[in-house]
Design a binder for this molecule. Structure first.
Ligand SMILES: *Cc1c(COP(=O)(O)O)cnc(C)c1O
Length: 223
C-alpha cells in the first residue's frame, strides 16, 4: 500500500473545500483489506473506515479496538444482523426498509448508543443493488422519527451505475443532489450526501457530495 494515493486524495479534498466552501469527509473503505493496512492508515491519523460485511467488520473492529475510530456500515443489511451492526458501528449508510430502520432504532435506544443513518437509494435501478427507488423516498420518510434521541437521520447514500458513461453518472449524481437538497430543507438533521468511490469521486464532489467512500484507490486491490 502506497500512502501517496491517500495523501493525494486528502490534498484534492482540501483544495476542493477551499474553492467550494463545502466540507467533504473521506471514508476509507477497508472491506477485504488487511488489519495491517488499516493500522497503517490509523497511524497516519485517519479515523473513518467503511465495511460491507458484518462478520468481517465486527472482527476488525474488535481486533483493532480503538474508541477514536468511526466505523461506517455500507453493505446490504439482513434483519438478523442489525443487532451486531448497532453494537459495533457508528454510521449505517444502507438502510432501505422500515423494518431495518425500526430494528436499529430499538436496538440503539436500548443500548443508549448514538448512531447516524443514511437511506440508500438505488439510483441505477439495477435490481442486484440494494436501496430504494428515488421516487419511493417519501414512503420510508413517513415512517421515520426525526427526533429520535439515538438513531439520527443524516441523509442519503448511493452507488451509481457501473459505467464509464460520464453523462449517465452526472445524471444520477444530479438527481441524488436534488433529492438531498430537498431533504435538507425538510429535516434539520440532514447534512450528508454519501456518494463517490475510487473511480468517480471527483465527479461526485462536483455534484454535491459531502462524503466519499474510497477503497481500492487508497488500499490497492482487495484480497
Ligand atoms: C466497495 C465499496 C466502496 C469502495 O469502492 P472502491 O471502488 O474500491 O473505491 C464504496 N462504497 C460501497 C458501498 C462499496 O461497497
Amino acid at each position: 500500500m502506497d500512502i501517496k494515493n491517500y495523501s493525494r486524495i486528502r490534498e484534492e479534498i482540501q483544495i476542493f473545500e477551499e474553492n467550494h466552501n463545502r466540507k467533504i469527509s473521506l471514508i476509507a473503505v477497508s472491506k477485504k483489506q488487511s488489519i495491517e493496512k488499516i493500522n497503517y492508515l490509523i497511524d497516519y491519523g485517519h479515523l473513518d473506515f467503511g465495511e460491507n460485511y458484518v462478520q468481517e467488520g465486527v472482527d476488525k473492529i474488535k481486533t483493532i479496538s480503538n474508541p477514536s475510530l468511526i466505523w461506517h456500515f455500507i453493505g446490504p443489511i439482513q434483519s438478523n444482523k442489525t443487532k451486531q451492526i448497532t453494537e459495533h458501528f457508528n454510521w449505517v449508510h444502507s438502510i432501505d426498509r422500515l423494518k431495518i430502520y425500526e430494528r436499529i432504532k430499538n436496538e440503539a435506544n436500548s443500548l443508549r448508543k448514538k448512531i447516524n443513518f443514511l437511506i440508500q437509494i438505488n439510483i441505477s435501478k439495477e435490481n442486484t443493488k440494494s436501496g430504494i427507488n428515488i421516487n419511493d423516498l417519501d414512503e420510508i420518510l413517513d415512517g421515520i422519527d426525526p427526533s429520535d434521541d439515538y438513531l439520527r437521520f443524516r441523509g442519503i447514500m448511493a452507488i451509481p451505475s457501473n459505467t464509464s458513461n460520464i453523462n449517465l453518472l452526472e445524471k444520477e449524481f444530479s438527481l441524488l443532489n436534488k433529492a438531498y437538497i430537498s431533504l435538507k430543507e425538510r429535516f434539520h438533521t440532514v447534512d450528508t450526501l454519501s456518494m463517490g468511490m475510487s473511480n468517480d469521486y471527483h465527479l461526485a464532489m462536483d455534484h454535491g457530495s459531502t462524503m466519499i467512500r474510497v477503497g481500492s484507490k487508497i488500499f490497492g486491490e482487495r484480497i
